[in-house]
Design a protein around this ligand. Structure first.
Ligand SMILES: Nc1ncnc2c1ncn2[C@@H]1O[C@H](COP(=O)(O)OS(=O)(=O)O)[C@@H](OP(=O)(O)O)[C@H]1O
Length: 295
């Protein structure tokens, strides 16, 4: 066995003097291996966001691959202090059982915009392959608004119109978190302090809506998975207005909270948003060396 494996068998207090300065006891994770070879492995790939980018669709589509297992719910390990404090053992226990040949993936859309997360993922495993799904920033803001609007409406809480939220004193309201989340280049810079661009695959969320298969082929290639996802895994459902998934005989669409009708937004407000995002978008394209078909 390679020598470094030893570190997983020696208790941390006994290793104090041989460990590097930046060592964190959180690095130790020992999953229980069942007789059939399955265990709850830490994710080798993480869908880091963006919120409302299409993270659920991406996770479910990736999960069609036989060599992928996905954590069902959003774990919020790296962005919620109370979870992070529970350590890697806790994180590992949130993962599905997998065979050694399988990749484990989790998605928490808030990771992308949480400044402390890149370093924490790096500390867990600097070879983690990151998936980032992005959508036209203006569309994303409106989707974000729509989600909060629905939640508040369901709870019979008051809500403001999208225009009131977006515009303050005639300008785009930077205090509105949804606007900040769409400033992709700012958040991307945090990730690039820890991960090379080659380790972050950006999925075009607008394309994933229109034509999921080619986007998923790119994801397979990035993750070095054999090409097992097929065009026949997707079919367009007219009632839903989106592609749904076919896995053998099983057909299913995403939950009704995915693909909601957005409110009609005043055209001057929309134009202001498009104008507002044009410079941040340009900076983002420059940062990642790639352009997207955004307004
Ligand atoms: N196939 C398919 N079916 C349904 N919805 C799809 C699909 N592909 C992408 N999308 C888009 O995913 C958007 C929701 O994004 P997320 O899953 O990232 O949202 S969340 O942050 O987890 O709440 C969701 O945003 P809204 O349209 O605003 O509801 C969808 O546009």
């Amino acid at each position: 066995r390679p020598r470094f494996d030893l570190k997983y068998r020696i208790p941390p207090h006994a290793m104090r003097y041989t460990l590097p300065n930046n060592y964190s006891s959180q690095k130790i994770y020992q999953p229980l291996v069942f007789p059939n070879g399955t265990s709850q492995r830490l994710p080798q790939t993480i869908i880091i966001g963006v919120r409302k980018g299409g993270t659920r669709a991406l996770l479910e589509m990736l999960n069609l691959h036989p060599d992928v297992t996905a954590a069902e719910s959003e774990i919020h390990f790296f962005d919620w202090e109370e979870n992070y404090a529970k350590g890697l053992q806790w994180y590992g226990k949130q993962m599905p059982l997998s065979y050694p040949r399988q990749l484990t993936v989790e998605k928490t859309p808030a990771y992308f915009t949480s400044s402390e997360v890149p370093e924490r993922i790096y500390n867990m495993n600097k070879t983690t392959r990151l998936l980032l799904i992005l959508r036209d920033p203006t569309e994303r803001v409106i989707s974000d608004y729509t989600q909060v609007f629905f939640n508040r409406m369901q709870k019979h809480k008051p809500f403001q119109s999208v225009e009131e939220m977006l515009i303050r004193n005639g300008r785009v309201n930077l205090d509105y978190k949804a606007v900040n989340r769409s400033l992709y280049y700012i958040h991307m810079q945090n990730w690039l302090k820890y991960f090379p661009l080659s380790q972050i695959h950006i999925v075009d969320g607008d394309q994933l809506i229109k034509e999921p298969f080619p986007e998923m082929e790119k994801v397979e290639r990035f993750l070095m998975l054999s090409p097992r996802i097929n065009a026949s895994n997707f079919y367009f459902n007219k009632t839903k207005g989106f592609y749904c998934l076919r896995d053998g005989v099983r057909e299913r669409c995403l939950h009704e909270s995915k693909g909601r009708t957005h409110p009609q937004v005043d055209s001057t407000v929309l134009n202001k948003l498009h104008e507002f995002f044009s410079e941040p978008n340009r900076k983002f394209f420059e940062t990642v060396g790639r352009t997207f078909d955004w307004h």
